[in-house]
Design a protein around this ligand. Structure first.
Ligand code: NI
Length: 164
């Protein structure tokens, strides 16, 4: 496993559409391992492959308090979304900043795991927010496009915001 460099907002790679993964190869497994390590090291709750410069439809998420429940989503898609939540959101590609974004409060998504098996996952609140945020990265979108009002510095927030 190895840490990868997180690309920052303004890098072209973050504005591109990612390609589907056709086959789970050893390189894909290594990429996923590295993405998890990189996300945990940065204290993030999610990371998408383009954030480490790889234009493939892969995201990793872990919103658990102990950071011990990794979710790997390959070729993910949202199949249901409902409700609404409005709150601060951040991104590891825009360190130290947060902004208010409205997202669905509940989503159901379908993805492939590292065994190549399709599965479905449902999430509410932070998990729903993380899934929406990370999937946007796969289509070259960042949360700043959806921010209501101005970005703020995290040190000005009362609570630490999660970075995705
Ligand atoms: Ni992000």
């Amino acid at each position: 496993m190895a840490l990868r460099t997180i690309r920052e907002y303004g890098d072209d790679v973050l504005a591109k559409r990612c390609k589907e993964v056709k086959e789970i190869t050893p390189r894909i497994r290594e990429l996923v391992d590295d993405m998890l390590e990189t996300m945990y090291e940065a204290n993030g709750v999610g990371l998408a492959a383009p954030q480490v410069g790889i234009l493939k439809r892969i995201v990793v998420i872990d919103v658990s308090p102990e950071a011990d429940q990794p979710i790997v989503m390959i070729n993910p898609e949202i199949i249901e979304a409902d409700g609404e939540q409005t709150g601060y959101e951040g991104c590891l590609s825009l360190p130290g900043k947060s902004g208010i974004v409205t997202r669905p409060n509940h989503v159901k998504a379908r993805a492939m795991d590292l065994e190549g098996k399709e599965y479905e996952i449902e999430g509410e609140e932070l998990l729903a927010r993380a899934i929406c945020h990370e999937l946007d990265h796969l289509d070259g979108h960042m949360y700043v496009e959806k921010v209501e009002g101005d970005l703020v510095n995290n040190e000005d927030l009362v609570d630490d915001s999660d970075e995705e």
